[in-house]
Design a protein. Sequence first.
Length: 139
Amino acid sequence: MFSTKIEVRYGETDRMGVVYHSRYFPWFEIAREKLMESYGIRYADLEKQGVMLPLVDCYCKFKKGAKYGDTVIVSAKIEKLGAATCKFVYSVVREDDNTLLAEGYTSHGFVNNDFVPVNMKKAYPDVYAILEKVRGDNQ
């Protein structure tokens, strides 16, 4: 799994001082983007080529609350890769004590600018080969 550190900001917490549930999904996005970038794939470059990855499903299981001042480690990997879909899985761990705080997933489709599904394996075999490598290296 690819991991990145995130410092919990005050604005991400609720009145109880716990990270608000919706903040985990932007953290997943950060980890997903950094994972892809570590293999030379930037979302902006994909979009310039006419490929987008809309979210089609997401899930998060909250185990313990992250709090303001915590540093969390968000890990991401590609769990499933199809010709026109992919699924990323994530974990969020508190750096200080290695406590698992949350785990989840996001599923995405590959579409063109008109939101028509794209078979990445056929239309962008070079990009698909990199995605296969990302999936294999992070198993």
